[in-house]
Every structure is written in C-alpha cells, then in structure tokens.
Write a protein that binds this ligand. Sequence first.
Ligand code: MG
Length: 250
Amino acid sequence: MIHLKRPADIEAMKEAGRVSAKALRKTGELVRPGISTLELDRFAENLIRMEGGIPAFLGYNGFKGSICSSLNDQIVHGIPSRDVILKEGDILSIDTGAIVGGWVGDNAATFAVGHISKQAQRLLEATEAAMWAGIEAACPGGNLGDIGYAIQHIVEGAGFGVVREYVGHGIGHAMHEPPNVPNFGKRGNGLKLKAGLVLAIEPMVNAGSGATRGPYDDRWTVFSADNSLSAHFERTVAITADGPLILTKE
Ligand code: MG
C-alpha cells in the first residue's frame, strides 16, 4: 500500500534528509587514496548520531555498516571493511541513510578516488545527469514510467547500461515502501504520480551491460556481470503540487 505524505509529513522528512545529505557530503570529502571504507563508515555513523539521527542501514536485515560502500564493479550494498583500502583511480559509491523523528532519508553518490579514467568520469556524469532527469520527471499528473524513461534515455544515450534488477523505492517511516521506481520505462506508463508521493530516485548504471551478479558469500554486495565499472546517484524526492522537492538536502 502506498502512503501519501501530508505537507506536514514532508516538512518533517526534511530533517532526516538533511542529516543523510550532510553524511553523504562530508563522508565523500574524505574519499582519497589510502583510506579504508571502514574509516568512512565510522565517520558517517558518528556524524549521523551527532546530528541527532540513527544510521538507517545499520542492522537493516542484519547489514553491518552505517553506509554502503561499493567499489568499482560493485553496483550497490558493499559492506564497509578495514581491508578495503581506496586506491588512485578507483570509483566509490557511498549510500547514506538517516532516521530522524521516525522518518527516513536516503541518498547516494559515486566519488572519484584521485584521478580517474575518462570513461569513469563520463560514467559518473551520465549517472548523475540521469538522476536529475528522473527527478525532473517526478511531477504530479505524470506517470512512474516518465521517471524511468528519462533516466534510461540519458544512460543509454551515453552508451551505458541501466541496472534493472535493483530499483528506487517509496520512502517514509520505512526505508523501502511501495512503489518500486525502475530506472527504465515508457512515458505515460505505470502509476499516476500524485502530490504526497515520496520516492528515492536512484539510477544504478554500469559502464558495460546492466546485468548483475551476486550477492555471494557476504549476502550483500552486488557486482556488474561483466565486471565493468558501476555508478549510483540517489536523492529522496517529494512530489508536491509545485513539482519535485529534494528532501536529502542541507
Ligand atoms: Mg535507496
């Protein structure tokens, strides 16, 4: 069942969004060669708690981190580890979520570790651009397929592959609520978009094919099937009468 949020709910969700956004920005600023993803995780957890939030991912279905840290060909759900040390030329997707006042915020971005290849840079730019196009399509009167179409159009136009097995989602008191928000689709298809829908819009894009493999032994980390680089950008967005409103914002 889809829970439409009242304007007061959307207002209240801004604080969870603010903390999630600050955690993502500040953790991203620490990304550099030589740092471990566990250090990034500890920093993010501390920041979220200092800001009055609870890390939304920690303990979620048994997840052991406060962030997801997905390196290079890892698409999503990478587990922070002291053994994963960033190197020059890597790309790292960081996903942060915070619960404040019973509401959840969720956002992600992919960061360059030092100097990265031209292809990696293009992948990051296309994925972020696709996210913004998806957000722009999140307007009352439109359809869910408009969001997916906008994202897919940019990703495939850049020659990259949309991940189809993992999708965006509704968000509110729970991190994952209906509806699913695919990063592909047809204009005019799917659920009618209404004011009060709050969605996590999050393209996951592979430099090669969009196919995935895993998770394996750690039960979480998802990889691109062809080992190509993968990027992920996400914002929590409320659909309002005036159009899309970003909630994961400082
Ligand atoms: Mg999400």
